[in-house]
Design a protein around this ligand. Structure first.
Ligand SMILES: [Cu+2]
Length: 511
């Protein structure tokens, strides 16, 4: 075990989002403090020892976020965000996906090792308004916190902004055997970190706020709560953090600079806990941290900050439970071997604003950009071609959990030694990943600044079982999407607006 206590954010400071001309600084919320909303656990429709049935309904509603008028929002089974969904390794899941929204959506399982393109829920799996679809899969992956969000390209960013995002807990027997806080809502708390701008009458206006480098707002919204506090009643609290913002990076630290311990990243526990005082998350990244408040006394307050702005205040009460120390070893990870002679795949993220692209091309739904055999481990060199200082592009791949091998040939950051599905790549940097797919299918990979993916910084890979006939995938096309949206919105196709379209139009490209 390492005794090092890291005190920096690891990433390149000149690339932080606050250097960008369009940066929207957070402001103190003009709203009374409210208890942090902790989403309830989603109830199964039916459950047997091996099979679980869930229904997830995308719906529109209104949410009391600020004093005064309610805000029009979207959510899953609720008006904003979602109940927390629980999956257990090894069980079979049968999920009914219902769409009660006025327009098509998709249900993407970010971080699940499930088959693409349909179960994965990317752009090829639309559920039209009033429709229901069924997906089934067997969960086969280690304990983690993953998430669910809408992914209809190029309207992903707008639908997520409306509120279509939810937390998913994946559990397994190994994680359950470790002495870690896990009483949901008491000492095991998900924190969805987002930001919004409130316009007239407390409403959101995505189009008014649109920026091709990512939409941001000045008000932090944590689990759909503005200005939240959390009552601490145990000495240790496990926070499962998700950067669920479209654009914003979160640079987290406590008001008293207290040390905390990261125990898990995106897709698994870390092999060993990492101790630090500062943690930066890029879009879609997750980190599970354990915070020890045992040195506090009832009445104390400790605030989690991002830069110098409040995220959540922890109000310390009498401790009802004293937790044990975090285990010194958490998970054995055995990296798959790469056959010598397997070519290294090179993926280049380039451009800013409307010019964003991968390998010089913008995303096209019915074009396959790469292929990889199922079960074969490959090195992927993911390059951020922006000049320094530039910006950090968080690279995400669907349908797999990868390992970070190196950053510009050097060791990855100390908290990147577990499985991940999203990795922040600094400008000018090459991050080497070890990538293996377990299932045949079509999977997207892209920058997770959501406006960048909608703007075309996205591509897709087909994985196949060597020697077996390949299925013919029914891929979505732009024509099909435009026709559907035009009907749903009741306006001609040439008057449709989707955020990502501007990027294609300004570059003189067809989607
Ligand atoms: Cu990007």
């Amino acid at each position: 075990m390492s005794n090092t206590i890291y005190k920096n954010y690891f990433f390149d400071e000149p690339a932080y989002d606050y250097h960008d001309g369009g940066y929207v600084p957070l402001e103190d919320a003009d709203a009374p403090a409210k208890p942090l909303g902790v989403p309830p656990l989603l109830k199964a429709d039916k459950e047997t020892p091996t099979d679980v049935y869930y229904t997830i309904t995308a719906q529109a509603g209104e949410t009391q976020l600020l004093p005064g008028a309610k805000t029009k929002t979207w959510g899953y089974n609720t008006s904003l965000l979602s109940p927390t969904i629980h999956f257990e390794d090894g069980k079979h899941y049968h999920i009914t996906l219902k769409n009660e929204l006025p327009e098509l959506t998709t249900f993407h399982w970010h971080g699940l090792n499930v088959s693409g393109p349909i179960v994965d829920g990317g752009c090829h799996a639309p559920v039209y308004p009033g429709e229901s679809k069924q997906i089934d899969f067997t969960l086969n992956q280690p304990a983690a916190m993953v998430w669910l969000h809408a992914h209809p390209c190029p309207s992903t960013a707008e639908q997520v902004w409306h509120g279509l995002a939810g937390i998913v807990y994946v559990t397994d027997a190994h994680e359950a055997s470790l002495d870690l806080p896990r009483e949901y809502g008491v000492d095991d708390i998900p924190l969805v970190l987002q930001d919004r701008r409130f316009h007239e009458n407390n409403q959101w206006d995505y189009r008014a706020d649109y920026d091709p480098d990512g939409v941001a707002g000045p008000t932090a919204m944590i689990n759909g709560t503005i200005n939240p506090y959390f009552d601490v009643t145990t000495t240790k609290v496990r926070l499962r953090l998700l950067d669920g913002a479209n654009r914003r990076e979160w640079r987290l630290h406590f008001s008293d600079d207290r040390e905390f311990v990261q125990v898990a990243g995106d897709g698994s526990l870390l092999p060993e806990p990492v101790h630090f005082t500062h943690l930066m998350l890029t879009c879609a990244e997750r980190a599970q941290i354990v915070v020890d408040f045992s040195d506090c006394k009832p009445g104390d307050e400790v605030t989690l900050l991002t830069d110098d702005k409040k995220v959540v205040t922890f109000r310390i009460h009498e401790f009802k439970r004293v937790n044990g120390p975090v285990p010194e070893h958490l998970l054995d990870i055995k990296a798959p071997t790469v056959d010598p002679g397997t070519p290294v795949r090179r993926i280049v993220m380039s451009g800013m604003d409307e010019s964003v692209a991968i390998d010089g091309k913008k995303f096209k739904m019915d074009r396959i950009d790469a292929e990889q055999p199922v079960g074969q481990a490959q090195y992927w060199d993911v390059v951020n071609a922006n000049d320094k200082p530039g910006m950090v592009h968080p690279f995400h791949c669907h349908g797999t959990q990868f390992l970070v091998v190196s950053r510009d040939g050097k060791a990855p950051y100390p908290n990147e030694h577990g499985y991940k599905d999203t990795v922040g790549v600094n400008p000018g940097e090459t991050v080497r990943l070890l990538v293996r797919f377990d299932l045949p299918g079509v999977y997207m990979y892209h920058c997770h600044i959501i406006e960048h993916e909608d703007g075309g910084m996205m591509a897709q890979i087909e994985t196949y079982v060597p020697g077996k006939p390949r299925p013919k995938y029914d891929l979505m096309t732009m024509d099909k999407l435009m026709k559907a949206l035009s009907e749903e919105r009741g306006i001609p196709e040439d008057q449709l607006w989707m955020a990502g379209m501007d990027s294609y139009k300004k570059m003189g490209m067809k989607m």
